[in-house]
Design a protein around this ligand. Structure first.
Ligand SMILES: *Cc1c(COP(=O)(O)O)cnc(C)c1O
Length: 435
């Protein structure tokens, strides 16, 4: 990509002898990440007020800053305080505000970690943190507790411990590589990790979560995608939060990935002042789909420390979902989730469409507010299911069904499990019974 005139200016401000080809080199971008207020000011030719500078110093002492020259170049200096790129990348003194309910690890990722680099929360899939570093430090990072940790690559032993855990646990069929950003690892190391994981029989799919297409699109090179496509089925989730992030450079990166047959998803975090607007969100999801990226999750902002100024009420997310569902293509619509504090995982929330119910009819409303009914069958013969698929006449006969252990509400709904209620731990009434 040929750098724009304003990008040219940044390049020569960084290094008078640098060529525009340097701009397209991701390692040059990383070497020249912006960490100080001084270089921020001089590269963008803006001036911070004295109190902004002292607030900056206090904030970065706790939560460091790193911005790639590329992402910096997207900041609109004419309206910097309202700029979504600026807000996601430049430290705000609000990050130091502590709330009573803030937590350093709200999702209990460290508690649910049975092996180094692994979070095993769901039955059939794990999160594998293979990199401790990012090019740009998102101000809204849920793993803010770790940002700026010096050791940029987990040790070989730690990664091997993670792989061993995955190898030993045959119930795992999906491995999600995250970090940090896995794409900050060198191609050879990623190739090696992916080869080791794909060689495990029970691994059916590998996913990578990366923000490089947004903050460091130069990382998506033809060499990288040639390596990645050896490891299909491989899925990638990106992290676009605002339509302005879909620049020609970002779109080029997405095209390379999509052309190599990688299904692309996107995870957006709902952020006050950045994308808490139905119109912005609709534009974002439509642009994503136009670039072959399927909106996957819209996250309610976590309760991690330092994020309070980014949080919105849940109602804002529901309002946004209301403005998307039915109003635009179904595959533009992400699932809005709250990642449960304490490690309960992602919980979907959305507007209610089921208004009422009788024994043979349901009353529904659509996105236009039209209230309608669906007549249910007068007779329906339920099949009693004892989970003995060999004798079932539905011809679904699945061999080696491994989901015999039912979990949660599914347990209450099924025929083959006698459980009639789920009771929280330390229930006083039941403790009285036992005593
Ligand atoms: C989000 C997440 C996953 C993947 O969840 P999906 O709903 O399958 O995308 C897996 N493990 C952890 C710990 C997660 O936070």
């Amino acid at each position: 990509m040929i750098p724009s005139p304003s990008q040219q200016k940044i390049i020569s401000n960084i290094d008078a002898s640098a060529l525009s080809s340097h701009w397209n080199d991701w390692r040059w971008q990383i070497r020249n990440c912006i960490h100080t207020d001084k270089s921020f000011e001089s590269l963008l030719e803006v001036e911070l007020a004295d109190e902004e500078r002292s607030a900056f110093q206090k904030t970065v002492a706790e939560f460091p800053m790193s911005i790639t020259p590329y992402y910096l170049s997207l900041i609109d200096t004419n309206d910097i305080q309202n700029d979504p790129i600026f807000k996601q990348s430049f430290p705000s003194p609000c990050e130091l505000t502590m709330n009573r309910y803030d937590m350093s690890d709200p999702l209990h990722e460290d508690h649910d970690s049975p092996a180094a680099c692994i979070t095993h929360r769901y039955p059939d899939r794990v999160l594998f943190l293979v990199s401790n570093t990012c090019a740009m430090y998102c101000r809204h990072c849920t793993r803010k507790r770790r940002v700026g940790d010096r050791d940029s690559i987990p040790s070989k032993e730690a990664l091997n411990e993670g792989i061993d855990y995955i190898r030993k646990h045959t119930e795992i069929r999906d491995v999600l590589l995250s970090g940090g950003d896995p794409f900050l690892l060198p191609d050879e190391m990623l190739d090696d990790l992916l080869s080791q994981l794909s060689a495990i029989d029970h691994i059916e799919v590998i996913r990578i979560g990366t923000r490089t297409p947004i903050v460091l699109p130069q990382r998506i090179t033809p060499q990288l995608v040639d390596m990645l496509k050896k490891h299909h089925p491989l899925w990638i989730n990106t992290h676009f939060n605002h339509p302005r992030e879909l620049t020609s450079s970002a779109c080029r990166a997405l095209k390379l990935l999509a052309d190599s047959g990688i299904p692309l998803g996107n995870q957006t975090v709902l952020l006050a002042g950045v994308n808490d607007c139905p119109r912005i969100m609709k534009r974002l999801v439509q642009k994503l789909v136009a670039n072959r990226v399927r909106p996957y999750y819209l996250y309610q902002c976590d309760l991690s420390r330092g994020l309070s100024h980014f949080r919105t009420p849940v109602g804002k997310g529901i309002e946004i979902m209301e403005s998307l569902i039915g109003h635009t293509s179904g595959f533009c619509v992400p699932t809005y989730v709250i990642d449960a504090p304490g490690g309960g995982g992602k919980i979907p929330v959305m507007p209610n469409y089921l208004i009422s119910w009788s024994t043979n009819k349901v009353v529904l409303r659509n996105y236009e507010g039209v209230i309608t009914t669906y007549k249910e069958p007068d007779a329906y013969e339920p099949t009693f299911c004892d989970r003995n698929c060999e004798t079932c006449d539905k011809q679904l006969a699945l061999s080696g069904a491994d989901e015999t252990k039912t979990i949660g509400i599914e347990k209450l709904l099924c025929d083959w499990d006698k459980t009639i209620s789920l009771v929280p731990e330390n229930n006083a009434r039941l403790e009285r019974r036992n005593s």
